[in-house]
Design a protein around this ligand. Structure first.
Ligand code: ADP
Ligand code: MG
Length: 244
C-alpha cells in the first residue's frame, strides 16, 4: 500500500535546516496494524505527516497505491488527505466541541444530511463502543471516551488508512490499553490499515509490527510471528470445535 524509499524531509527555517528524515525506507502492507516508536525528535510525527499527505517530502520516493506523492498535484494531495486518511492526535480537544454532545460532534464532519447523517454518526459511535454516551455533552466524557469520539470522527470519511500520533499520550495506562484494543478491533472488522506513533514500549508490543526510528531512519523492526488476527481466528476455531 505504502512504500517509502530514501525518504528525506528537511525543514528550512530562517537560520537553520533540520534534517527530520534522513533517507527512511519503510513498506506498509494493506491491512497492517503497526506501531512506530522512537525518542522525541526522531522524526515520528514528520513521517506520519508525510504518510497522510499533510506535508510533502523533500526528496526520496513515497508511493501510495502506486501513486508518487512527490509527483501528485496539490489537488490530488488534498484529495488523498481528505478521502483516504483519518487522523487521530494526542490532544483532540482543539477539534472537538465541549458543549455539543458526542453525537453532535461526530455528525459535524459528515458530508450527508438528515437521516443519513444521523445514521452514519450512530454507526460510527457504535463502532467505537460509545452508543450509550451519544447524548452526553463532550465535556462530561472521560479522556478515554473523548478519544473514542475523535477516533469515530477520524473514521467519518471511511478512510483506508488511520494515522494516530501518540493517541494514548494523555490518558492513563488502563485507558491506553482500551484504546489499543479498539484500534485492533477496527483493524480487524473494517480491514483498515493503522499506523500508531507511540513512545510507550508496552503498547507497541501489542501490535503486529513495531518499527523504531532514530535520527530520521528506521533503526530496528520487530514483527510478531503470528498476528493478533490470526491468533483470534485460531482461538475462535478452537473454541467452536470444543463446543461441537
Ligand atoms: P517526533 O515526532 O519523533 O518527536 P518530529 O517529527 O516532530 O519528531 O521532529 C523531527 C525533527 O524535526 C525535530 O528536530 C523537530 O524539532 C523538527 N521539526 C519538526 N517539525 C518542524 C517544523 N515544522 N519546522 C522546523 N523543524 C521541525
Ligand atoms: Mg511527535
Amino acid at each position: 500500500m505504502i512504500h517509502c524509499d530514501g525518504l528525506v524531509k528537511i525543514y528550512k527555517t530562517a537560520d537553520l535546516e533540520v534534517f527530520a528524515l534522513q533517507g527512511l525506507d519503510l513498506h506498509i502492507e494493506d491491512g497492517e496494524l503497526m506501531a512506530i516508536i522512537g525518542n522525541s525528535g526522531s522524526g515520528k510525527s514528520t513521517l506520519l505527516n508525510m504518510l497522510g499527505g499533510l506535508d510533502r517530502p523533500t526528496a526520496g520516493t513515497l508511493t501510495v497505491d502506486g501513486k508518487d506523492m512527490l509527483k501528485m498535484t496539490e489537488r490530488e494531495r488534498v484529495r488523498y488527505k481528505r478521502h483516504s486518511v483519518g487522523f487521530v492526535w494526542q490532544n483532540n480537544a482543539r477539534n472537538l466541541i465541549p458543549y455539543l454532545t458526542a453525537l453532535e460532534n461526530v455528525e459535524l464532519p459528515i458530508l450527508l444530511s438528515g437521516r443519513r447523517k444521523r445514521l452514519r454518526a450512530l454507526e460510527l459511535l457504535e463502532s467505537v463502543g460509545l452508543m450509550h454516551r451519544a447524548r452526553n455533552k463532550l465535556h462530561q466524557l472521560s479522556g478515554g471516551e473523548q478519544q473514542r469520539v475523535a477516533i469515530a470522527i477520524a473514521l467519518a470519511n471511511q478512510p483506508r488508512l488511520l494515522l494516530a500520533d501518540e493517541p494514548t499520550g494523555s490518558v492513563d495506562s488502563k485507558m491506553a490499553d482500551q484504546i489499543l484494543d479498539l484500534f485492533r478491533e477496527l483493524n480487524r472488522k473494517l480491514g483498515i490499515t493503522i499506523v500508531i506513533v507511540t513512545h510507550d514500549p508496552l503498547l507497541a508490543k501489542k501490535v503486529d509490527r513495531v518499527v523504531a526510528i532514530r535520527d530520521g531512519k528506521i533503526s530496528s523492526e520487530m514483527i510478531r510471528r503470528k498476528s493478533y488476527a490470526e491468533e483470534l481466528e485460531e482461538l475462535e476455531r478452537g473454541i467452536a470445535q470444543e463446543e461441537e
